[in-house]
Ligand binder design. Structure first.
Ligand code: CTP
Ligand code: CA
Length: 224
């Protein structure tokens, strides 16, 4: 089977992708989460496999399913678990793309029993989760490292700031403002920005097409 992949643009390449939301436990039955479906990350993984890559896909809780001999799917729940799975594989990777919507905060204390309601208000103390993409940037050797940025204001400046701060090779800006883009929907509108501030904007497209566009941009840079 391997000989069939020879000649494909990503044959012989190892790719790490994060996808989906994370869930941060409050107690045994409750969590903090977000509305990410994981679609963008799964489409990036499928596309990479079709282009010849060996893929490790680290996914938070999602209803999406995947059967592909080229894709090792690792299912995790929390940001901490996603962090550990990524670092277990990162050293041998050629490309890493963080498409997951990782929770920025988690409850500082996880209740061992289901919390009982009381009169009055409730506050839950939160602490920061590890920034997975930042830590991959800190440990970067040969990897081409790509992040996503979801912004609602100062989109380009904020995305460029993340690219620099996290030591990325490129960042994909998700434009929420423009039609149909972002969480839940089947379409997305992106701007691809590389570390030389080369900027390419794309129309609203199906996420499978967006994945194809992103891989074209990455492949042209890793082969340059
Ligand atoms: N990311 C990550 N680990 C985190 C938070 C974010 O790996 N704990 C990654 C995301 O997968 C994405 C990128 O960092 O590729 C940017 O995520 P985003 O939420 O847009 O930015 P943050 O750095 O979290 O900053 P903020 O939410 O304040 O804009
Ligand atoms: Ca965030």
């Amino acid at each position: 089977e391997a000989h069939l992949r020879k000649g494909l643009p990503l044959s012989g390449k190892k790719v790490l992708i994060t996808a989906g939301p994370t869930q941060e436990a409050i107690d045994p039955v409750r969590f903090l989460g977000n509305r990410s479906t994981g679609t963008m990350g799964f489409e990036l993984a499928k596309r990479a496999a079709n282009l010849g890559a060996e893929v490790v896909l680290v996914a938070g809780p999602t209803s999406l399913k995947l059967e592909n001999s080229q894709i090792e799917l690792i299912r995790v729940t929390s940001a901490q678990e996603m962090y550990e799975a990524c670092h277990a594989h990162y050293a041998k990777m050629d490309v890493a793309i963080c498409a997951a919507a990782v929770a920025d905060y988690r409850p500082k204390y996880v209740a061992q029993e289901k919390m009982k309601k009381k009169d009055g208000e409730l506050s839950i103390e939160l602490e920061r989760t590890p920034d997975i993409l930042f830590s991959l940037g800190q440990n970067k050797k040969k990897q081409f490292l790509v992040g996503f940025a979801l912004e609602t204001e100062n989109e380009l400046e904020n995305a460029k700031g993340k690219l620099q701060r996290k030591n990325l090779d490129a960042i994909v800006l998700n434009s929420l403002k423009d039609s149909g883009a972002g969480f839940g929907g089947g379409t997305n509108k992106i701007t691809f920005i590389d570390k030389n501030s080369e900027i390419k904007t794309f129309d609203v497209k199906e996420k499978s097409e967006v994945a194809s566009d992103i891989w074209k941009e990455i492949i042209s840079r890793i082969h340059a």
